[in-house]
Ligand binder design. Structure first.
Ligand SMILES: Cc1cc2nc3c(=O)[nH]c(=O)nc-3n(C[C@H](O)[C@H](O)[C@H](O)COP(=O)(O)OP(=O)(O)OC[C@H]3O[C@@H](n4cnc5c(N)ncnc54)[C@H](O)[C@@H]3O)c2cc1C
Length: 381
């Protein structure tokens, strides 16, 4: 299926071709398989993206960034997801979950301290919200930060934190007022080399090159200057990044769909059964038609919503829809992909990996249930 550009500009198409060319060179499929087997972070590819300047993409021009819009960024992240969701996650944890929180909420001094190093790829970051007792219910977090002179002292635990073991700094959601629900949340930047900080990688189904972690804070002292925004004002900061995060997950899911179709297509053109190519069985053709429709729907929602955001619309409903539709379609397409390849899709290999990776989409960044709640709440029922 030829790549269809939904009214992309020449620059956007060039960007896509450029980043895919680079990833083909530094992260070929054999290298992906090796990293996946060893649960190893794609560091070389991350640095190659940094050297080529791609880490500057969403940052403001006054800090040395390219100031990309939502659609630019969605086109870029679709390409990353298409090439390998692991490099998408490596990119997003540092740039979107770390860097953009600092740009959106940080003091001028924090921006000057962090943004240049992030854009050069000198430091890597992640964000820690989820705790053992509260995932979807972010307001219920308990990790306590108590002010002590010029410091906050952190005690508590986070869990399922992507790339915490690979990060130099973490944006951490803490409770500065334990009795105030969402109004008691603050965001601080924690240095992972500080005493009392520990990250322990976990053993997930997919996303094995960007492992998630249990993270422990035992009297970790954070300078008060590393507060992002105002004390107890963290909730608004967390909400601010959601539209972008959701649209990027949608775009990446669409990219993953495109790759699954490509792999399945290469398979059915070669594989024979009952004396003919399995591509010639109508039942197989119908599955491709289904995958194409699911993929097209995912892409339409992702790029249309990105255009709405670029036009300044609030688009909360549409970003929630785009994320649900694209991530659920990604899993359906992966399921069809495995089925089409039979046992060859079930054993270790690119299709199996894409199937496992697709399972995350409907859980991370707000589950499909939570997003359906968001959509329904905005329908004035
Ligand atoms: C691979 C991976 C990477 C992750 N990376 C990070 C990270 O970097 N940083 C971070 O902070 N977190 C991260 N997470 C955690 C992720 O954000 C949470 O898993 C997610 O928010 C859901 O929380 P939970 O797993 O605790 O599920 P719960 O909130 O316990 O939900 C369990 C089930 O109940 C449903 N449910 C809960 N509340 C409602 C409701 N009100 N209405 C309807 N249904 C509901 C959910 O949809 C879900 O099906 C990651 C998770 C995974 C799997």
């Amino acid at each position: 299926m030829p790549y269809k550009s939904f009214g992309f500009t020449e620059e956007q198409i060039l960007m896509r071709d450029n980043v895919l060319g680079l990833l083909d060179r530094v992260l070929p499929s054999e290298k992906i398989a090796e990293l996946e087997t060893n649960s190893e972070y794609p560091l070389e590819a991350f640095h190659a993206l940094a050297e080529a300047g791609w880490l500057t993409l969403p940052f403001d021009e006054e800090y040395g960034g390219m100031g990309a819009g939502f659609k630019d960024f969605a086109v870029f992240v679709e390409a990353l997801g298409y090439h390998f969701p692991g490099i998408r996650t490596a990119y997003m944890t540092t740039v979107v979950y770390g860097g953009l929180y600092i740009q959106n909420l940080g003091s001028e001094a924090l921006k000057q301290e962090f943004l240049p190093r992030i854009m050069k790829g000198d430091i890597r970051m992640a964000v820690a919200m989820t705790e053992p007792q509260s995932g979807s219910d972010v307001a219920g977090i308990r990790l306590r930060a108590i002010r002590d002179g010029d410091y906050y002292v952190l005690n508590g635990q986070k869990v399922y934190i992507t790339n915490a073991h690979e990060s130099d700094f973490l944006v951490v959601a803490v409770k500065t007022d334990p009795d105030a629900g969402r109004k008691g949340i603050s965001l601080v930047v924690v240095d992972t080399t500080d005493p009392g900080f520990e990250a322990r990688p976990m053993d997930p189904l997919g996303s094995r090159t960007t492992l998630l972690n249990e993270v422990f804070f035992d009297d970790v002292r954070v300078p008060a200057t590393r507060l992002l925004g105002e004390e107890n004002g963290g909730w608004r900061g967390l909400m601010k990044g959601l539209n972008l995060e959701r649209i990027l997950i949608a775009a990446s899911s669409a990219g993953q769909c495109l790759k699954i179709i490509e792999i399945a297509k290469a398979f059915v053109e070669e594989r024979k059964a009952f004396g003919k190519r399995i591509a010639d069985f109508q039942a197989v053709g119908h599955k491709f038609a289904e995958m194409a429709m699911l993929t097209e729907t995912a892409r339409l929602h992702a790029f249309n919503t990105a255009e709405m955001l670029d036009a300044g619309e609030d688009a909360v409903t549409e970003t929630a829809m785009a994320k649900v539709i694209a991530s659920e379609n990604n899993f359906k397409v992966a399921d069809l992909g495995v089925h089409i390849m039979g046992a060859a899709g079930y054993v270790q290999g690119d299709m199996q990996r894409l199937f496992r990776d697709a399972r995350l989409g409907t859980i991370g960044g707000g589950t499909s249930d939570i997003l359906r709640n968001v959509i329904a709440q905005r329908m004035d029922l």
